[in-house]
Every structure is written in C-alpha cells, then in structure tokens.
Design a protein around this ligand. Sequence first.
Ligand code: ADP
Ligand code: MG
Length: 455
Amino acid sequence: MSLLTENQKFWDRVTELAHQNIGQQAFEFFIEPAQLLSIEKDVVNILLDSGMKKDYWRKQSDLITTAGFEIFGRPLTYSLYAKDELSSNELNKLTSKDNVAEATSSETITTVPIANGLNEKYIFENFVQGPGNRWTLAAAVAVADKPGDTYNPLFIYGGAGLGKTHLMHAIGNEILKDNPTAKVKYVSSENFVNDYVNATRKNQMENFENTYRNLDLLLLDDVQFFSDKEGTKTEFFNTFNALYDKGAQIVLTSDRIPQELNNLEERLVSRFSWGLTTDITAPDYETRMAILLIKSESSRLEFPSETLSYIAGQIDSNVRELEGALNRVEFVAKANGITVVDIETASQALRSLKNATQQSLSNLTIKKIQDEVANYYHISFSDLVGPKRPKEIAFPRQIAMYLVRELLGTSLPAIGTAFGGRDHTTVMYAYRQISDKMKTDIEVQKDIDSIKRKF
Ligand code: ADP
Ligand code: MG
C-alpha cells in the first residue's frame, strides 16, 4: 500500500471523527476547508484557509491523536498553516506536489510504524551502554531473547529522557526480527486508556480484547500516566492477567518504582513486582560522549572531540536534552556557515539552554557547593575556605569557586569573600584555570560532573 493512501486514510479518518463529534455548521466551516499538506516524522502539516481558524484547530488535538493512533499506531502532533498568512511564494512551496511527495516518501517511510506502534529507529544496536543503564539493558536483551520466560513482567523505571522508551522499542524490534509474526504492541498508557474508552463507546470491546489479550508482547509505556478511572483500571488488570497467564511477555515503564504508583491499585502494583524491577539513572560523562559521537556521525558537519566533550560537560542529566543540545549546536553552526564546529559556536548555541538549567538550580547556595566539593575531595570545609595552599586543598578550592561562578553567577568579589576573604583576581584566576581544564582534562570534567549531580 502506498504511503500517499496511508496519509489519505489518515486524513479521511480525521474528517470522519470530526463529523461524528462536531456539529454540522462547525464542521463545514472549520474542518471541510482544511487540507492535509504532508506528514513529516510525527508532525502533520495542515493548511487552513484562514488564520483565524487556528485557535479552533488547536483544540482539536484529539482528532489528530486518535486518527494517528488508529492509522499509524501512534499519536501525532500537528502544525497549522493558514493561506492568508503566507506569501504566495511560501504557499506555492508548501502545496507544490514535490514537497508533498518528498515529505511522504523520504521521512515518513522509515519512521511510520505499522500498527504495532514500534519505531524501528530504536534498536539495541544504537543504544549506548553505561553504568546507569547496564543492568536494565541486560534485562531487556534477556527479555528479547526469551520473551515470557526470564523476567515477566519487566518493569523499568527512571527519570525522563534516559532511554526507557528506546529500550522498550528495542525489545519489540528485536523480537520481530527473530519472529516476524509475533504479535507485538507498543502503547503509551494514555493511549491504552483511549483505546479502551473508544472501544466501550463504539461497542467494540470484543475488538479491543482481541487486540490486547492475544499479544505475545505488550509494551506499556509510562504507567504513571494511567488514568484512575475505575473501568480502565479493571480492564488493565484483566488484560495483564490474561497475558501473564498465557505466558506473554509484558514490559512496563514508569518514572517511579511500582510502590509509588498511587494511581494504580495494590493488586496490580504487586503483580508488577513478580518479575524484575530495574532502574535507569543518568549517563556518566563517558556514556554521554559515546552518545554524542554516535549521534554526530550522521551530521554533515564535523564535530571535533573537544566540542563534543564541551557539550557533554554542559548537559549532564538527560539524554533527550543532550540530543537537543547537539541539534541546537548543529543548527547554529549551519546558520553561520560553519563546517567544523568549534567550542565557541557550541557555547554560543547552548547559552540559552544553560539559563534554563540554572533555574532548576534555584535553591542552590554557595555553602551547599562548598560542602559538596569539600565532601567530594575529602577535605574539611574550614580548609576549603581557609588559608592553606597545598595542591590537595587549592585545587578543590578552585573547583568550588568555578562551580559557584558557573552555577550561581555570583560576582568575583563576592566569591572571594565567601572563600575566606580572597581577592577577586584570585577567583578570576581559579575560574580561568578550571575553565581551561574543562576543555581538555577528562578527570576534571568527570569531577565537576559528579559534583554537579549531587545538587
Ligand atoms: P525516556 O523514555 O526514558 O523518557 P527515551 O527512551 O525517549 O527516554 O530517550 C530519549 C532520547 O534519548 C531518545 O532519542 C533515545 O534514543 C535517546 N537515548 C536515551 N538513552 C540512550 C542511550 N543509552 N544510547 C543512545 N540513545 C539514547
Ligand atoms: Mg519515554
């Protein structure tokens, strides 16, 4: 089946859903004149006849999400364009056949998954192993190798952007590689609930149960978002039991341990712990470097390792943000016609990102930084701010000054005062020393990294 028809099917479904849910008047006014331009990756581009209709369309995300899920097996987002807001040139570009054909044939083919909801980009081969994910990766590989056998259910928890969803898809893709007819389904908890609600509304419960209870592998993402409506919870409970009893593999993810899932009932939560519960934590410096190396390979620009090292030093908690940072740097470099991306460019590109991170550090104080640094290097607070100058003390002191300047933006004289009344030139010297080392010295990067993680 060609993708153009797939897109057409999607758009037909959007209009059909709108027809069912919106009054005739509104339908004719808002929906009918709208046109599907293209679907690129996860984004549906829609052209309206008038900009004043955008507000209405912005509230129709349900249409797009539902149709996206039904046709492509996943929710989509959308961008709105309006004829009266575009120059004729822009309009031509957007509506030209070439653009539509290109958008559908290049990007969409590889990323539009079949109804199993899997994204084939997420595989074990491009998942970088590190201390923060080693055990979870091992468990995921084991599950993909012998589904329903070793760890069932597999429950993965950890903070945002650390690779939980990636690993889930990787399990699904791996199982399908060995066994292409396996019945696999990836679904976010929200969409599981949507599916169920739609099924009850349309009297299609049998359909729903056929889909979910006959699976060989259910990948249910972000169970912390599971709705606490009674019916859906019972359905989930029954689905879980049906699958478990027939030996199907279940993989769940969440941002917290099962015991902290207050939206779910005890009886369900206790089942989550029957198999293996395993966590993912933030990547360390080496892992971040390895991820940046892989991701930057597909770029047409050249990223020297000191630039990657700089980026890895700036973003230290979240792989999604790390990717975002790399993309941003790439974007700024391209915009400036730079082909070999230097640290200057990277730091310029990341300046605004850094401001955002600083906000999350808003309850950090000089004293906290001093304590953590002293603690990290096993020296006392009084030595850190005192007059002694041997290297074992002077170096941590410089690190602490650097961190105060970097994280709190405190003025040089004020930092001097906080470190036993030192002159601002001493602080400036310390700051420069460590800044330089941050560019080249992996040990220093690692130290700073570990200390920052404590805040
Ligand atoms: P989560 O589901 O935990 O919020 P995701 O799985 O969506 O995180 O990961 C966010 C992004 O980071 C994805 O693009 C994913 O491919 C990437 N990513 C996360 N961890 C790794 C890793 N160890 N190696 C390579 N890419 C990773
Ligand atoms: Mg996720």
